[in-house]
Design a binder for this molecule. Structure first.
Ligand SMILES: [Zn+2]
Ligand SMILES: [Zn+2]
Length: 266
Protein backbone atom coordinates (compact mmCIF):
# COMPACT_ATOMS: atom_id res chain seq x y z
CA UNK A 1 0.00 0.00 0.00
CA UNK A 2 1.19 3.50 -0.80
CA UNK A 3 1.04 6.56 1.50
CA UNK A 4 -1.32 9.47 0.74
CA UNK A 5 -0.38 11.64 -2.24
CA UNK A 6 -0.83 15.18 -0.97
CA UNK A 7 0.36 17.30 -3.91
CA UNK A 8 -1.48 17.44 -7.24
CA UNK A 9 -3.10 19.91 -9.61
CA UNK A 10 -6.09 20.16 -11.95
CA UNK A 11 -6.96 22.00 -15.15
CA UNK A 12 -8.03 25.04 -13.15
CA UNK A 13 -4.42 26.31 -12.91
CA UNK A 14 -4.17 26.51 -16.73
CA UNK A 15 -1.03 24.34 -16.98
CA UNK A 16 -2.29 20.96 -15.75
CA UNK A 17 -4.80 18.41 -17.05
CA UNK A 18 -7.70 16.62 -15.46
CA UNK A 19 -10.30 17.13 -12.75
CA UNK A 20 -10.33 15.67 -9.22
CA UNK A 21 -12.47 12.79 -10.52
CA UNK A 22 -9.60 11.73 -12.84
CA UNK A 23 -7.08 12.03 -9.99
CA UNK A 24 -9.27 9.92 -7.70
CA UNK A 25 -9.74 7.30 -10.42
CA UNK A 26 -5.99 7.04 -10.90
CA UNK A 27 -5.41 6.78 -7.14
CA UNK A 28 -8.07 4.11 -6.88
CA UNK A 29 -6.45 2.09 -9.67
CA UNK A 30 -3.04 2.37 -7.99
CA UNK A 31 -4.35 1.33 -4.59
CA UNK A 32 -3.76 4.76 -3.04
CA UNK A 33 -6.45 5.27 -0.42
CA UNK A 34 -5.99 8.97 0.25
CA UNK A 35 -5.11 11.96 -1.91
CA UNK A 36 -5.07 15.69 -1.40
CA UNK A 37 -5.78 18.01 -4.30
CA UNK A 38 -3.61 21.10 -3.89
CA UNK A 39 -4.30 23.55 -6.68
CA UNK A 40 -2.13 26.67 -7.10
CA UNK A 41 -3.87 29.27 -4.95
CA UNK A 42 -5.78 32.22 -6.33
CA UNK A 43 -4.30 35.67 -5.79
CA UNK A 44 -6.38 38.75 -4.94
CA UNK A 45 -6.12 39.75 -8.59
CA UNK A 46 -6.32 37.16 -11.38
CA UNK A 47 -3.69 38.96 -13.47
CA UNK A 48 -0.96 38.14 -10.90
CA UNK A 49 0.46 35.52 -13.31
CA UNK A 50 -0.74 32.87 -15.77
CA UNK A 51 -0.37 29.66 -13.78
CA UNK A 52 -2.91 29.60 -10.96
CA UNK A 53 -6.60 29.13 -10.29
CA UNK A 54 -8.78 32.21 -10.68
CA UNK A 55 -10.42 33.52 -7.57
CA UNK A 56 -13.86 33.03 -9.12
CA UNK A 57 -13.15 29.29 -9.60
CA UNK A 58 -12.85 28.34 -5.93
CA UNK A 59 -16.49 27.24 -5.81
CA UNK A 60 -16.06 25.08 -8.90
CA UNK A 61 -12.88 23.59 -7.42
CA UNK A 62 -14.66 22.55 -4.24
CA UNK A 63 -17.65 21.23 -6.20
CA UNK A 64 -15.29 19.14 -8.35
CA UNK A 65 -13.77 17.67 -5.20
CA UNK A 66 -17.20 16.80 -3.87
CA UNK A 67 -18.12 15.12 -7.15
CA UNK A 68 -14.94 13.00 -7.02
CA UNK A 69 -15.69 12.01 -3.41
CA UNK A 70 -19.10 10.74 -4.46
CA UNK A 71 -17.73 8.83 -7.45
CA UNK A 72 -14.82 7.23 -5.55
CA UNK A 73 -15.90 6.60 -1.96
CA UNK A 74 -12.93 4.21 -1.59
CA UNK A 75 -10.51 7.16 -1.87
CA UNK A 76 -10.32 9.80 0.86
CA UNK A 77 -10.05 13.20 -0.83
CA UNK A 78 -8.48 16.07 1.06
CA UNK A 79 -9.18 19.67 0.13
CA UNK A 80 -6.00 21.69 -0.03
CA UNK A 81 -4.14 24.47 -1.82
CA UNK A 82 -0.53 24.94 -2.76
CA UNK A 83 -0.09 28.52 -1.62
CA UNK A 84 2.68 30.81 -2.82
CA UNK A 85 4.41 32.45 0.10
CA UNK A 86 5.27 36.06 -0.68
CA UNK A 87 6.06 38.63 2.01
CA UNK A 88 3.14 41.03 2.34
CA UNK A 89 0.55 38.41 1.40
CA UNK A 90 0.08 36.94 4.88
CA UNK A 91 -3.33 38.59 5.30
CA UNK A 92 -4.46 37.24 1.93
CA UNK A 93 -3.32 33.75 2.92
CA UNK A 94 -5.33 34.02 6.14
CA UNK A 95 -8.32 35.14 4.11
CA UNK A 96 -7.93 32.11 1.81
CA UNK A 97 -7.72 29.88 4.87
CA UNK A 98 -11.04 31.27 6.11
CA UNK A 99 -12.84 30.59 2.82
CA UNK A 100 -13.20 26.84 3.41
CA UNK A 101 -12.53 24.18 6.03
CA UNK A 102 -9.31 23.14 4.29
CA UNK A 103 -7.45 20.01 5.33
CA UNK A 104 -4.05 21.63 4.79
CA UNK A 105 -2.08 24.27 2.93
CA UNK A 106 1.21 23.52 1.23
CA UNK A 107 3.38 26.63 1.46
CA UNK A 108 5.69 26.97 -1.52
CA UNK A 109 8.17 29.54 -2.71
CA UNK A 110 8.31 29.94 -6.47
CA UNK A 111 8.94 33.69 -6.55
CA UNK A 112 11.97 35.39 -5.08
CA UNK A 113 12.43 39.14 -4.85
CA UNK A 114 12.09 40.97 -8.11
CA UNK A 115 9.06 38.90 -9.08
CA UNK A 116 11.07 36.08 -10.64
CA UNK A 117 9.53 32.60 -10.52
CA UNK A 118 12.75 30.59 -10.39
CA UNK A 119 11.16 27.34 -11.59
CA UNK A 120 9.70 28.87 -14.75
CA UNK A 121 11.41 27.28 -17.79
CA UNK A 122 10.71 30.43 -19.79
CA UNK A 123 12.91 32.50 -17.48
CA UNK A 124 16.18 30.58 -17.53
CA UNK A 125 18.03 33.72 -18.66
CA UNK A 126 17.60 35.03 -15.09
CA UNK A 127 19.53 32.05 -13.75
CA UNK A 128 22.37 32.72 -16.18
CA UNK A 129 22.47 36.41 -15.27
CA UNK A 130 22.73 35.93 -11.51
CA UNK A 131 25.05 34.46 -8.92
CA UNK A 132 23.64 31.00 -8.23
CA UNK A 133 24.40 31.03 -4.50
CA UNK A 134 22.71 34.42 -4.11
CA UNK A 135 19.57 33.00 -5.74
CA UNK A 136 19.57 29.98 -3.41
CA UNK A 137 20.14 32.25 -0.39
CA UNK A 138 17.27 34.55 -1.43
CA UNK A 139 15.02 31.55 -1.99
CA UNK A 140 15.83 30.03 1.41
CA UNK A 141 15.35 33.38 3.17
CA UNK A 142 11.81 33.34 1.87
CA UNK A 143 11.26 29.63 2.53
CA UNK A 144 12.46 30.10 6.11
CA UNK A 145 9.96 32.94 6.57
CA UNK A 146 7.24 30.70 5.13
CA UNK A 147 8.12 27.92 7.58
CA UNK A 148 8.22 30.34 10.52
CA UNK A 149 4.89 31.94 9.60
CA UNK A 150 2.77 29.04 10.82
CA UNK A 151 0.44 29.64 7.86
CA UNK A 152 1.15 26.23 6.33
CA UNK A 153 0.94 22.60 7.41
CA UNK A 154 3.51 21.45 4.82
CA UNK A 155 6.33 23.18 2.95
CA UNK A 156 6.48 22.18 -0.72
CA UNK A 157 9.50 20.98 -2.75
CA UNK A 158 12.01 22.48 -0.32
CA UNK A 159 15.09 22.52 -2.58
CA UNK A 160 13.26 23.64 -5.72
CA UNK A 161 16.16 25.85 -6.95
CA UNK A 162 18.03 22.71 -8.08
CA UNK A 163 15.34 22.06 -10.73
CA UNK A 164 17.41 23.19 -13.73
CA UNK A 165 20.73 22.04 -12.21
CA UNK A 166 21.87 25.52 -11.20
CA UNK A 167 23.51 24.35 -7.97
CA UNK A 168 26.03 26.51 -6.07
CA UNK A 169 29.62 25.40 -5.58
CA UNK A 170 29.38 26.70 -2.02
CA UNK A 171 27.98 24.47 0.70
CA UNK A 172 24.30 25.24 1.38
CA UNK A 173 23.93 23.30 4.63
CA UNK A 174 23.52 26.47 6.72
CA UNK A 175 20.63 27.60 4.47
CA UNK A 176 18.92 24.22 4.91
CA UNK A 177 19.52 24.17 8.67
CA UNK A 178 18.06 27.64 9.24
CA UNK A 179 14.95 26.69 7.26
CA UNK A 180 14.53 23.37 9.09
CA UNK A 181 14.89 25.04 12.48
CA UNK A 182 12.10 27.45 11.52
CA UNK A 183 9.93 24.50 10.43
CA UNK A 184 10.69 22.65 13.67
CA UNK A 185 9.75 25.75 15.67
CA UNK A 186 6.35 26.11 14.01
CA UNK A 187 5.67 22.36 13.71
CA UNK A 188 5.50 22.53 9.91
CA UNK A 189 6.04 19.33 7.92
CA UNK A 190 7.92 18.99 4.64
CA UNK A 191 7.17 16.74 1.68
CA UNK A 192 9.13 14.34 -0.45
CA UNK A 193 8.09 15.60 -3.87
CA UNK A 194 8.78 13.12 -6.66
CA UNK A 195 8.33 15.64 -9.50
CA UNK A 196 12.04 16.45 -9.35
CA UNK A 197 12.69 13.07 -10.94
CA UNK A 198 10.82 14.32 -14.02
CA UNK A 199 12.88 17.56 -14.23
CA UNK A 200 16.44 18.26 -15.34
CA UNK A 201 17.78 17.64 -11.82
CA UNK A 202 16.53 14.00 -11.95
CA UNK A 203 16.25 13.90 -8.18
CA UNK A 204 13.36 14.09 -5.74
CA UNK A 205 12.92 17.21 -3.62
CA UNK A 206 14.61 17.38 -1.19
CA UNK A 207 17.98 15.71 -1.70
CA UNK A 208 19.04 12.83 0.58
CA UNK A 209 21.45 14.97 2.69
CA UNK A 210 18.75 17.63 3.13
CA UNK A 211 16.20 14.99 4.16
CA UNK A 212 18.69 13.50 6.60
CA UNK A 213 19.02 16.92 8.26
CA UNK A 214 15.21 17.20 8.37
CA UNK A 215 14.94 13.88 10.15
CA UNK A 216 17.60 14.95 12.63
CA UNK A 217 15.59 18.11 13.39
CA UNK A 218 12.43 16.08 14.00
CA UNK A 219 10.53 17.38 10.96
CA UNK A 220 7.44 15.37 9.93
CA UNK A 221 6.96 14.16 6.38
CA UNK A 222 4.31 13.88 3.66
CA UNK A 223 4.56 12.54 0.10
CA UNK A 224 3.57 14.36 -3.07
CA UNK A 225 3.76 13.53 -6.75
CA UNK A 226 3.06 17.15 -7.76
CA UNK A 227 1.00 15.54 -10.54
CA UNK A 228 0.05 17.93 -13.33
CA UNK A 229 -1.83 15.15 -15.14
CA UNK A 230 -3.76 12.21 -13.72
CA UNK A 231 -1.18 9.64 -14.88
CA UNK A 232 1.40 11.21 -12.55
CA UNK A 233 -0.53 10.51 -9.32
CA UNK A 234 1.57 8.40 -6.96
CA UNK A 235 4.46 8.42 -9.40
CA UNK A 236 7.75 7.02 -8.00
CA UNK A 237 6.27 6.56 -4.53
CA UNK A 238 8.11 3.29 -3.85
CA UNK A 239 11.40 5.16 -4.42
CA UNK A 240 10.19 8.02 -2.20
CA UNK A 241 9.38 5.61 0.63
CA UNK A 242 12.80 4.02 0.22
CA UNK A 243 14.41 7.46 0.43
CA UNK A 244 12.45 8.30 3.59
CA UNK A 245 13.45 5.02 5.20
CA UNK A 246 17.08 5.41 4.17
CA UNK A 247 17.42 8.51 6.36
CA UNK A 248 15.52 7.01 9.28
CA UNK A 249 11.88 7.95 8.80
CA UNK A 250 9.38 5.34 10.01
CA UNK A 251 6.20 7.47 9.79
CA UNK A 252 4.54 10.04 7.60
CA UNK A 253 1.71 12.38 8.57
CA UNK A 254 -1.78 13.03 7.29
CA UNK A 255 -4.03 16.01 7.79
CA UNK A 256 -7.75 16.35 8.34
CA UNK A 257 -9.00 19.89 8.90
CA UNK A 258 -5.41 20.87 9.67
CA UNK A 259 -5.15 18.28 12.45
CA UNK A 260 -2.12 16.07 12.02
CA UNK A 261 -1.86 12.34 12.70
CA UNK A 262 1.18 10.09 12.27
CA UNK A 263 0.92 6.90 10.27
CA UNK A 264 3.57 4.18 9.86
CA UNK A 265 5.27 3.99 6.47
CA UNK A 266 4.17 1.01 4.41
ZN1 LIG B 1 2.05 23.76 -11.35
ZN1 LIG C 1 5.07 24.16 -6.61
Amino acid sequence: MLPPDYHMHTHLCHHAEGVPMDLARQASEMGIREIGVSEHNPMPSDDFDQWRMYRSKLGEYLANLEEARRAFPNVTLRAALEVDYLPGYEEWIRELASMHDWDYFIGSVHYIDGGWDIDNPNRLEEWRARDVYDVWAAYFDRLTAAAASGLFQIIGHADLPKKFCFVPQRDCTSLFTRFLEAAAGSGTAIEINTAGLRKECREMYPSPPFLRLAKAKGIELTFGSDAHRPGEVGMNFPEAIALARSVGYTHSVRFERRQRTRVPLP
